[in-house]
Design a protein around this ligand. Structure first.
Ligand code: ACO
Length: 322
C-alpha cells in the first residue's frame, strides 16, 4: 500500500512584528491580560502590499528546498486559507503561477483554523488513490486584513503567516489517518458575517471583521479537541504513549494545555508557537511543524498528532509518522 509522507516543510513570517505593548497603544488592553488569557506575546503582520499568495510562495519554496524537490515535481497544489488574495482565481492557482508550474490540479480549501488539516486529509486521499504523487500543501493567512483593530476582544489574538509541506507517495508509512468534521449549526459563534453574496455592502465599506463569542468557542474547542484525540488514537489502535509530538492549532495556550493534559502529554512534547505567532488560522499547524523540524526537535520516524478547531465549526486531526 502506498502512503503519503511529508518529505519537506517550510514556513514564512512577515517581517513586521506587533507586540502586546504595541497593542496597548491601540486599544484598552495590557500585556499581562493577553499573556495570561492567551499565551500570546507577539504576532507578525503582513506589509500593506504583501498578500496571502506572497506568504504562501515563500513557505512553498522553503518546503520544496527541504524536500529536495523542484516545482516541476509537483502534481497537486492545495492552499488552505480564509483570506484569499481574490474571489477567484484561487490562491492555489496564483501560487502555481508564481512557481511556474503548469497543468496540475490547484484549488483552495476553506475550513478556517482547521484548513491545513483538511488540506492534508484531501491531499492524502489523492496520493493514496494514485491521483497524485507529489503534493504541495499550504496553510497561509493574512488575518490582519479581517480584524477590527478597535475591538480588543479579537485584535489581540490573530497574526499572519504561512506554512507548507511537500507530501509524496511512499512505501514507508506517512499519514496514518485523518479525521475531518464540521457542524454548521455553530456558524454564528465565530464568523466574518459578510461576503460576496451576502452583506456585500459591508464588505465594500471595509467592514469584513472577525466576530467571536470567545467564551463559548473556548468551551467547545476544549471539549471537541479532547474527543477528536480519542477518536484518532482509537482508529489507529494506539494509546497516548505512542504519540511523540502533539502539534496543535495555536489559538490559545489554555486550549493547547487542556488537550495536552487530556493526552497525558508532557509539555516538552507539545509544540507551542502561539506565544510568538498568535493565532494564524490555517497557517498555524504547518508553521509549528516547520519550527520544530528545523530546530531539530522532531525527528524522522516519530509519531505526530496534529489537531485543529475553527470557524464553522470545523475540527480535525491527522496522525502520521514523520
Ligand atoms: N484586554 C483586556 N481585557 C479584555 C480583552 C483585552 N484584549 N478582551 C476582553 N477583555 C475583557 C472582557 O471585556 C471581559 O471583561 P468583563 O469581565 O468586564 O466583561 C473580560 O476581559 C473577560 O472576557 P472573556 O471573553 O470572558 O475572556 P476569556 O477568558 O474567555 O478569554 C479569549 C477570551 C482569549 C478570546 C478566549 O475566550 C479564547 O481564546 N477563546 C477561543 C478562541 C479560539 O480558539 N478560536 C478558535 C479558532 S479562531 C478561528 O477559527 C478563526
Amino acid at each position: 500500500m502506498s502512503y503519503a509522507r511529508i518529505t519537506g516543510t517550510g514556513s514564512y513570517l512577515p517581517e513586521k512584528v506587533l507586540t502586546n505593548h504595541d497593542l496597548e497603544q491601540m486599544v484598552e488592553t495590557n500585556d499581562q491580560w493577553i499573556r495570561e488569557r492567551t499565551g500570546i506575546e507577539k504576532r507578525h503582520i503582513a506589509a500593506d502590499d504583501q498578500t496571502t499568495c506572497d506568504l504562501a510562495e515563500q513557505a512553498a519554496r522553503r518546503a520544496l528546498e527541504a524536500a529536495g524537490r523542484s516545482p516541476d515535481d509537483i502534481d497537486l497544489i492545495i492552499v488552505a486559507t480564509t483570506t484569499p488574495d481574490r474571489v477567484f482565481p484561487s490562491t492555489a492557482c496564483l501560487v502555481q503561477q508564481r512557481l511556474d508550474i503548469h497543468g496540475c490540479a490547484a484549488f483552495d480549501i476553506q475550513a478556517v483554523c482547521t484548513g491545513f488539516v483538511y488540506a492534508l486529509g484531501v491531499a492524502d486521499k489523492f496520493i493514496r488513490t494514485g491521483a497524485a504523487k507529489c503534493a504541495l500543501v499550504i496553510g497561509a493567512e493574512t488575518l490582519s486584513r479581517i480584524i477590527d483593530w478597535t475591538d480588543r476582544s479579537t485584535c489581540v489574538l490573530f497574526g499572519d503567516g504561512a506554512g507548507a509541506v511537500i507530501l509524496e507517495a511512499s512505501e514507508e508509512p506517512g499519514i496514518l489517518s485523518t479525521h475531518l468534521h464540521a457542524d454548521g449549526n455553530y456558524e454564528s459563534l465565530l464568523t466574518v458575517n459578510v461576503g460576496v453574496s451576502s452583506n456585500f455592502d459591508a464588505l465594500v465599506r471595509g467592514e469584513a471583521y472577525i466576530h467571536m463569542k470567545g467564551n463559548e468557542v473556548f468551551r467547545m474547542a476544549v471539549n471537541t479537541l479532547g474527543r477528536i484525540v480519542d477518536e484518532t488514537l482509537e482508529a489507529n489502535h494506539m494509546t497516548q504513549a505512542d504519540v511523540d509530538w502533539l502539534i496543535p492549532h495555536q489559538a490559545n495556550i489554555r486550549i493547547i494545555n487542556a488537550t495536552a493534559r487530556k493526552l497525558n502529554m508532557p509539555p516538552e512534547r507539545v509544540v507551542v508557537t502561539v506565544d510568538q505567532h498568535g493565532n494564524t488560522s490555517a497557517a498555524s499547524v504547518p508553521m509549528a511543524l516547520d519550527v520544530a523540524v528545523r530546530d531539530g526537535r522532531i525527528q524522522r520516524g516519530e509519531t505526530l498528532l496534529m489537531e485543529a478547531f475553527g470557524g464553522g465549526f470545523t475540527w480535525g486531526s491527522a496522525l502520521l509518522k514523520f
